[in-house]
Design a protein around this ligand. Structure first.
Ligand SMILES: [Zn+2]
Length: 1003
C-alpha cells in the first residue's frame, strides 16, 4: 500500500510536468494533452509504473496519452513522436540497442525522465552534461555541483512540499517563500538515490527511490502557481582566463604542459545575482576530458555582478584543472557554462557559454642546487632555516615557467670568519660547481644558488653572468620597505631575481636597477595596460593570490615584485635552448683536468688566477669561446694548448671596472710548466707548475659510527716544494660513488661539520684535496657510519584550523626533502585523516569527499631507508548548517605600489570592498589612512584621512608625492568593519629623474 502511494506521487508529478511540456511534436491524432512514451524495463520489480502513469493521465484535463512498451517493442516506436520519454525502474535491466536512439532523441530536444539512475549510466556521457538530461546518484553530488538547487525543508515551506529531494522544481520561480537550500537539509538524504531529468527552462525532476506518501493536493496547487516562468537577468560569460602565473584576457601569455593551471571564468550580469554556479569542461583533440569541473569558490558559487573586479578572486569563477588535463603539449579546449541549470531563467542562453582554445608548450624541467651557506660571526653560527629554502623553491615553482623543479639541497661551510663576501662566495660556488661536475656526474644545465641567512648581516646578492650558472643572495624575514612581502621570507623573490640572471635575463631599469635592456612596459610593471583585455594579472598557483597589473617585474629593484610576461617568456625561451643543448651534451671523458677559477675586471682588462686544481675525474671537453684564454706552456715556452673563454660579468654590481669571474674545466697536459691567463694577446697573469705534487693524509675521523652534533676532520698536508697549500673537503655517503664539496679554499688543516647537514650512510668518507696552486694530492678518510636522516617535511596547505564547506575540494600539499634521497616522490607521501582513514599519496592531493567533521590530517613521508616524518594539520568540514555566511571583508587590491619621479603627480587607485561569499550581506566599513601622503575619497566626496562606507562600495586611494624627497615610503590603510579588519599596504618610491631619461645621441 505504501508503495502505491509512492507511485501516486510520481504520477501526480508527471501530471504537473506534462502540463507544462511544450507540444512541438505533432503526430498522434487523439487528445490535445501531452504524449508520453513509457518504457517498462524488463525484469522490473515495479511493473506497474507505466500503468499507474496511464491511469493518472486519464484523469487529467486534457487527458494525456501514454503509450506503454516493453522489451523489443520499443524499437517500433519513434520517441520523437512524443513529448516525453519515461523509463521505469528495473533492476538488472539494460536499454541495449535503444541507448543510441534515446540519446539522439534527447539531443534533438526530447524530454527524458529516468526513474532509475542505473539507466543513466548507460547513456552517452555527453548527455550527462546539464543540457537536456542528467543523472545523479548521490545527494552530495547535487550539493557539490550546485547545478541543481534541491528544494528542501525550511520549516515554513515544508508543509507545502513533499519530503526533501522530490519534485518538479521550477527553481527560479518559486518566489520569496521558497528557499532553495543548496547545502542545508540534504544531510538526511545522503544515502538516497536520485534520478533526475533537467528540462530546458531550468526545471529539474528529482525522483528518489525511497519516496514516502505526502499530501499531494496542496503541493500541486502550490506548484501550479509557480510554474509561470519569469525571466531573470541576461547574464553572460565575458572571458575565460587560463593562468599559470600571469595572463591577460586573450590568453596571450604562453602556457606550459605539466604546470599547475587555474581557469578564471569572468562573468557579468545587469543585476547582481548571488549563489550562481558554473561548470567547466575540457577536450583535447577528440577526447572529452573528465570530469566536468565545478568551481572552487566558497560554496561553489559566486555573486555575478554588473561590474566585477578582476582583482577579487570571488568576482569570477575559479577552477583548478586536473593534472591529467595539462600533462601533454598541444591544444586544450575549455568550455565554460554559466548557470548550467538556468536557475535564474536567463532569457539569452547563448552568451552563458564560451569556449577557448589554448596551446600547451613543453614545460621545462629546471635543475637547481641550493647551497645553504653556513657561516660564523663571532661566536654565532648562521644558516638559513629550511623554511627559506622551501620558500625559494616554492616561488620558482609558482613564478617561473617550469613544469618541474628538480632541486637538490646542500650545505656549504664558509670557513672565513664573518658574513660571507658575495664575490668570494660566488667564486667558491663556481669551484663547487666544477667539483660537482667532475666528481658527481652533475648535469651541466644545473644552476647553483648560494643562500645566506641575514642573521649575521645582510649580504647583497649577485649573479655570475647573463647567462651563467652561479648566483648567491640573502634571505630573512621581510621588514621595512619590503613590508609588501608578507610570506615570511624575502629570499624567494630575491633568489628568483638572481637565478633569472643566470637564465639570461637582464635588469628592467626601474627603481635603481641599471645596466639592463629595454623593458616593454611603463614603470617596470608586469602588464602593458591596467585595464581591458590586454591587462595582465598575476596569479599565484599556490596561494591563489592575485597580483594586480601595477605590480613590478622581478628584474627591477622595485617593491611588489612578480613576473612579467616579458621575463616569463624570456626564461622559457632560455630553457628551450638549454634543453635542446642537453640532448646533444658532449660525452663525459675520464681523464686529468685542470679546474681553474679566477677573477677579472673587464673594463681595464685585468685578471688573476684564483684556484687551480689538476685532478682526475670525468668531464666534457670545453667548447667555450671568447677573447680571454687559458694557455698551457711547456718548460721551453712552447704553447701546448689554448682554451678560449668568456668571464662571467658580476651582475648587480655597479662598479665601473665591470668585475667578472671565471670557472673553467680544461684538459690537462702533464708537460705543462706554466699557465697564462690572456686577454686577447696580452698575458695578464701567470702561474708556474711546481716540481712535485703535494700529498695529504687524513688523520681524523678514524672510523666507527659517528654521533653527536658535529665531527671534525683533520689532515696533514705536505709539499716537497714548500708551496703554500689550500684544501677542498668533499664528502661521500655512498662508499665513494659520488662526492660532494662541502668546503673549498681552506687554509686550515681541519674542518668541523655539523652532522645534521650530512646525509647518513654506512660507509661514509671525507676526501681532502690539497693544491699547491696547480698540482694536487688527495686522500680519503677511513670509512665511518652516520645515521640515516629522516625526511624534512613541510605542509603547504591546508592551513591549521581551516574550515571547508561540505564537498568543497580540499587541496593537500606537502613537500618532502630527504638528505639521502633528494626530493621524495609522490609514492613516498601518504595522507590520512583521523576520521576517514587513508586518503591517498602524493605531494599534491585533492580530496572532495571528506566527511563532515573535524579531521586531524596527517602526512607521512617515508624515505628509502624506511625513516619517517609525520606532520599534522587540523581542519574542519563544517556541517551544512554551520557553514558561515559572509563574515569576511574582502578588499582589492591589498597592496598599492606607486613608483614616481621627484615632483611627480598624484596617482589614484580604486579599491573595491566586498562581503566575502555573500553580497546580499552588507558590511559597514571605515577606512583610515596613516600617512599624510595617502588620502581617501568616496565618489565625488572630498579627500580625507578617514572615510566610511558599506560593501560593495568602491573608494579611491590617492598617493601624492608632492613635497617629498627621493626615497622609499611605506604606509597602511586600515579598513575595519565591526570586529573585522583588513590592511592595505601602500608603498611609494620617489626616484630621481635620471633613471627614466633616455640616452640622447647627437649626430
Ligand atoms: Zn640583478
Amino acid at each position: 500500500m505504501k508503495r502505491y502511494h509512492q507511485f501516486r506521487l510520481a504520477m501526480a508529478l508527471l501530471v504537473i510536468l506534462a502540463l507544462i511540456l511544450p507540444s512541438s511534436h505533432p503526430t498522434l491524432a487523439q487528445p490535445t494533452g501531452p504524449r508520453l512514451l513509457c518504457y517498462e524495463a524488463p525484469e522490473s520489480n515495479f511493473p506497474d509504473d507505466c500503468q499507474n502513469l496511464a491511469a493518472a493521465g486519464k484523469l487529467e484535463d486534457p487527458p494525456w496519452s501514454v503509450v506503454i512498451v516493453t522489451g523489443v517493442e520499443l524499437s517500433r516506436w519513434d520517441p520523437n513522436d512524443f513529448d516525453m520519454f519515461v523509463v521505469t525502474r528495473g533492476s538488472g535491466s539494460s536499454l541495449g540497442d535503444e541507448i543510441k536512439r534515446i540519446g539522439d532523441y534527447v539531443r534533438r530536444g526530447g524530454n527524458l525522465l529516468l526513474l532509475d539512475p542505473a539507466f543513466g549510466e548507460q547513456l552517452d556521457p555527453s548527455l550527462a552534461a546539464p543540457t537536456r538530461s542528467t543523472r545523479i546518484n548521490r545527494a552530495s553530488e547535487l550539493t557539490r555541483a550546485g547545478l541543481f538547487t534541491p528544494i528542501v525543508g525550511e520549516p515554513e515551506s515544508a508543509k507545502n512540499l513533499p519530503p526533501a529531494g522530490f519534485g518538479i522544481v521550477p527553481i527560479a520561480t518559486l518566489g520569496e517563500a521558497w528557499i532553495p537550500q543548496t547545502r542545508a537539509g540534504f544531510g538526511a538524504l545522503s544515502s538516497t538515490t536520485l534520478a533526475s531529468a533537467l528540462l530546458e527552462d531550468g526545471r529539474i525532476i528529482l525522483a528518489p527511490t525511497g519516496l514516502v506518501s505526502v499530501d499531494f493536493a496542496k503541493t500541486a496547487a502550490k506548484w501550479a502557481c509557480c510554474l509561470q516562468v519569469a525571466f531573470g537577468p541576461n547574464m553572460s560569460v565575458t572571458a575565460i582566463e587560463v593562468t599559470q602565473a600571469i595572463q591577460d584576457l586573450n590568453n596571450s601569455v604562453e602556457l606550459l604542459a605539466g604546470k599547475r593551471t587555474y581557469v578564471r571564468v569572468h562573468v557579468t550580469s545587469p543585476e547582481a545575482r548571488s549563489g550562481v554556479t558554473a561548470t567547466l569542461s575540457g577536450r583535447r583533440g577528440s577526447t572529452t576530458l573528465a570530469p566536468v569541473l565545478t568551481p572552487i569558490n566558497p560554496g561553489g558559487t559566486v555573486t555575478v555582478k554588473p561590474s566585477p573586479n578582476r582583482g577579487l578572486i570571488n568576482d569570477s569563477f575559479l577552477f583548478e584543472l586536473p593534472a591529467s588535463w595539462v600533462n601533454g603539449t598541444g591544444n586544450l579546449e575549455l568550455t565554460a557554462r554559466l548557470d548550467p541549470g538556468n536557475t535564474v531563467v536567463d532569457p539569452v542562453l547563448s552568451n552563458n557559454r564560451r569556449t577557448v582554445n589554448v596551446n600547451l608548450l613543453r614545460g621545462p624541467v629546471m635543475r637547481l642546487r641550493i647551497y645553504n651557506v653556513r657561516y660564523t660571526v663571532g661566536s654565532n653560527t648562521y644558516q638559513a632555516a629550511n623554511f627559506h629554502v622551501n620558500a625559494l623553491e616554492s616561488w620558482l615553482r609558482r613564478a617561473y615557467p617550469i613544469a618541474q623543479l628538480n632541486a637538490t639541497r646542500r650545505t656549504y661551510n664558509y670557513t672565513p670568519s664573518g658574513l660571507p663576501n658575495v664575490d668570494s662566495l660566488n667564486s667558491r660556488m663556481a669551484l663547487a660547481w666544477l667539483f660537482d661536475r667532475l666528481f658527481g656526474g652533475m648535469s651541466s644545465s644545473t644552476f647553483f644558488y648560494g643562500m645566506v641567512d641575514d642573521g649575521g648581516g645582510f649580504m647583497r646578492g649577485k649573479a655570475l653572468g647573463i647567462p651563467g650558472k652561479v648566483s648567491s643572495g640573502p634571505t630573512g624575514t621581510p621588514s621595512g620597505s619590503w613590508g609588501w612581502d608578507t610570506d615570511g621570507s624575502y629570499g624567494d623573490w630575491y633568489g628568483g631575481h638572481e637565478i633569472a640572471h643566470s637564465l639570461g635575463r637582464s635588469h628592467a631599469e626601474f627603481c635603481g636597477a641599471g645596466g639592463g635592456v629595454a623593458f616593454p612596459y611603463p614603470s617596470g610593471r608586469i602588464s602593458p595596460d591596467l585595464t581591458g583585455n590586454t591587462a595582465i594579472y598575476g596569479f599565484d598557483i599556490e596561494t591563489r593570490a592575485i597580483y594586480p597589473p601595477d605590480w613590478r617585474d622581478v628584474m627591477t629593484y622595485c617593491n611588489n615584485q612578480w613576473v612579467s610576461d616579458f621575463t616569463y617568456e624570456g626564461i622559457r625561451a632560455r630553457f628551450a635552448t638549454l634543453n635542446s643543448f642537453e640532448l646533444s651534451e658532449a660525452q663525459l671523458q675520464q681523464g686529468t683536468f685542470a679546474l681553474v677559477t679566477g677573477n677579472a675586471k673587464l673594463a681595464p682588462g685585468t685578471g688573476q688566477f684564483d684556484q687551480i686544481n689538476v685532478i682526475e675525474g670525468s668531464a666534457e671537453l670545453p667548447t667555450s669561446a671568447g677573447d680571454w684564454s687559458i694557455v698551457l706552456l711547456s718548460g721551453s715556452g712552447q704553447e701546448l694548448a689554448s682554451y678560449p673563454f668568456t668571464p662571467a660579468r658580476v651582475e648587480d654590481d655597479e662598479s665601473p671596472e665591470e668585475p667578472a669571474l671565471f670557472a673553467e674545466i680544461i684538459p690537462w697536459n702533464p708537460a705543462t710548466a706554466r699557465l697564462e691567463l690572456r686577454q686577447g694577446t696580452t698575458t695578464v697573469d701567470t702561474r708556474n707548475v711546481s716540481g712535485t705534487a703535494p700529498t695529504v693524509t687524513i688523520t681524523e675521523p678514524t672510523g666507527g659510527n659517528l654521533s653527536g652534533d658535529s665531527v671534525t676532520t683533520r689532515w696533514i698536508g705536505e709539499d716537497l716544494d714548500g708551496d703554500e697549500l689550500s684544501y677542498t673537503v668533499l664528502y661521500s655517503f655512498d662508499g665513494g660513488d659520488t662526492w660532494r664539496p662541502i668546503a673549498t679554499d681552506l687554509a686550515a688543516t681541519e674542518l668541523t661539520v655539523n652532522l645534521a647537514n650530512l646525509p647518513g650512510g654506512e660507509s661514509s668518507r671525507f676526501r681532502v684535496i690539497a693544491t699547491d696552486g696547480v698540482l694536487t694530492g688527495q686522500n680519503d678518510s677511513a670509512t665511518f657510519g652516520l645515521p640515516d636522516k629522516a625526511p624534512e617535511l613541510t605542509i603547504v596547505t591546508p592551513d591549521e584550523g581551516a574550515t571547508y564547506y561540505p564537498a568543497q575540494p580540499v587541496a593537500l600539499e606537502a613537500s618532502a626533502y630527504d638528505l639521502e634521497d633528494g626530493e621524495l616522490t609522490d609514492q613516498a607521501l601518504v595522507w590520512s585523516s583521523t576520521q576517514d582513514g587513508e586518503l591517498g599519496n602524493g605531494s599534491l592531493l585533492t580530496i572532495d569527499n571528506l566527511s563532515t567533521n573535524t579531521h586531524v590530517i596527517s602526512v607521512t613521508a617515508t624515505d628509502s631507508q624506511g625513516q619517517q616524518t609525520t606532520l599534522t594539520r587540523t581542519l574542519t568540514i563544517a556541517s551544512a548548517i554551520d557553514v558561515p555566511l559572509a563574515t569576511e571583508l574582502e578588499l582589492a587590491p591589498g597592496v598599492i605600489g606607486v613608483a614616481t619621479m621627484l615632483a611627480g603627480s598624484a596617482e589614484t587607485t580604486v579599491v573595491s570592498t566586498r562581503a566575502l561569499g555573500d553580497s546580499d550581506q552588507t558590511l559597514d566599513w571605515t577606512a583610515q589612512s596613516s600617512a599624510s601622503w595617502v588620502t581617501l575619497r568616496k565618489g565625488e566626496g572630498a579627500l580625507a584621512d578617514r572615510i566610511t562606507g558599506s560593501t560593495p562600495e568602491d573608494f579611491e586611494v590617492v598617493v601624492d608625492p608632492t613635497g617629498l624627497p627621493i626615497g622609499s615610503y611605506n604606509s597602511t590603510i586600515l579598513v575595519t568593519s565591526g570586529q573585522l579588519s583588513r590592511t592595505i599596504t601602500v608603498n611609494m618610491i620617489i626616484e630621481g629623474s635620471r633613471v627614466y631619461l633616455p640616452t640622447v645621441k647627437s649626430n
